[in-house]
Design a protein around this ligand. Structure first.
Ligand SMILES: NC(=O)c1ccc[n+]([C@@H]2O[C@H](COP(=O)([O-])OP(=O)(O)OC[C@H]3O[C@@H](n4cnc5c(N)ncnc54)[C@H](OP(=O)(O)O)[C@@H]3O)[C@@H](O)[C@H]2O)c1
Length: 356
């Protein structure tokens, strides 16, 4: 049995368009490489076009000899820390792609010192969740019109340590580099769940992914302790396998809103299964990015505000072993998440450094 799960699909993807954020390096680059080699047209959204073009050349060269069957790679600028940049990117994607079959919200930052996005959002929530939230909404109509289509959100096992700080979402009163990462990765799972509920019946399905612990630039803010451990991490190619599984596996076509790791469905934490929190996060996110959803159509709300609305402090989370019914896409009754979940208990959140 391989140490790390591999998704062995040989499916051909001619006629498929995929959009991937943060694909100039790491897991995203390996995901883009795979889809391109299978014949897809892949649009990669990157912070630096120069680095994006380098990645494009490297991917194309690595597929030398497969040019006739490979797809296309298009590099577009995207800074998820700026809502205007997200809007510009979405507009360009819509201009270049008549249909979008796959949206992979992959880009991320981890455990960085406190910083803010252009709009004043805490950087990790801003990039990992809010930027992707806006991007998804702006591309949603095209995804719905291209159905069946899929949206894959890169989360992390780290979500199990997270909590939504609804009374201080931007962590102005108590920043912790890991605390902010945990919250943003929990937001990814809650977003996946609520989006699935809202997309019921559209044949657009959503998936949250933990790629494993992967040797990438994501660890740039960590000290030598983690660098020493890195040889034991997955390679980026191994890290891309669960994303590819969620993006391509035919058996997942009727499942939506669930969480996967090592090419298997896993049970996310109790907080990640809290539908009230998922709905609350959605409403706050709409307010913050200034865009909302009516049916499957996007509507402009008033200009997004730069700080989270003041809400009453979140009440203590009631953890329950009761399994809520997961969102489902068709009348078929997919099996509920298996009991071999990764997270059946909620580890205490700390502000200190924690391995991913
Ligand atoms: N590596 C792991 O162990 C691990 C574990 C669990 C979950 N994940 C998740 O997997 C995803 C991919 O991570 P990775 O390990 O492949 O990390 P990575 O190698 O650091 O790649 C992250 C990508 O996100 C991009 N990015 C960062 N900030 C951005 C912004 N403001 N706008 C646009 N793009 C931005 C980076 O661009 P630049 O190159 O320009 O910085 C890079 O392309 C992340 O969501 C991460 O949270 C990773």
């Amino acid at each position: 049995m391989p140490r790390h799960a591999v998704y062995p699909s040989e499916a051909r993807l001619e006629g498929t368009t995929a959009v991937i954020t943060g694909a100039n390096t790491g897991v995203g680059k390996e995901t883009a490489r795979h889809l391109y080699r299978r014949g897809a047209r892949v649009i990669i959204g990157v912070r630096s076009v120069e680095r994006g073009e380098e990645a494009r050349s490297e991917i194309v060269e690595s597929a030398a000899g497969e040019q006739e069957t490979a797809g296309a790679l298009i590099v577009l600028q995207l800074d998820l820390a700026s809502l205007q940049s997200v809007r510009d990117f979405a507009q360009e994607v819509l201009a270049q792609a008549d249909k979008i079959n796959l949206l992979i919200n992959n880009a991320g930052v981890m455990a960085c010192p406190r910083a803010e996005t252009k709009e004043g959002f805490e950087m990790q929530l801003g990039v990992n969740h809010l930027g992707h939230f806006l991007l998804t909404l702006l591309l949603l109509e095209r995804l719905v019109n291209s159905a069946p289509s899929r949206i894959v959100n890169l989360s992390s096992l780290a979500h199990t340590r997270g909590k939504m700080h609804f009374d201080d979402l931007m962590l102005k009163r108590g920043y912790g580099d890991w605390k902010a990462y945990y919250q943003s990765k929990l937001a990814n799972v809650l977003f996946t769940r609520e989006l699935a509920r809202r997309l019921l019946g559209t044949r657009v399905t959503t998936y949250a992914v933990h790629p494993g612990i992967v040797r990438t630039d994501l660890w740039r803010h960590q000290g030598c302790f983690d660098r020493l451990l890195q040889p034991m991490f997955k390679t980026p190619e191994q890290g891309a396998q669960t994303t590819l599984y969620c993006a391509l596996a035919p058996e997942l076509a009727t499942l939506s809103g669930r969480y996967y790791s090592d090419c298997k469905e896993k049970q996310p934490s109790a907080r990640a299964r809290n539908d009230e929190d998922a709905a609350r996060l959605w409403e706050i996110s709409e307010e913050l990015v200034g865009v909302g959803l009516q049916g499957n159509s996007v509507t402009q709300l008033r200009q997004g505000s730069a700080t989270a609305p003041q809400t009453e402090p979140a009440t203590a989370q009631q953890e329950t072993e009761t399994e809520p019914t997961p969102p489902q896409e068709t009348e078929a009754q997919p099996a509920p998440p298996q009991g071999d979940g990764e997270a059946t208990t909620e580890p205490a959140e700390t502000n200190g450094q924690q391995p991913e």
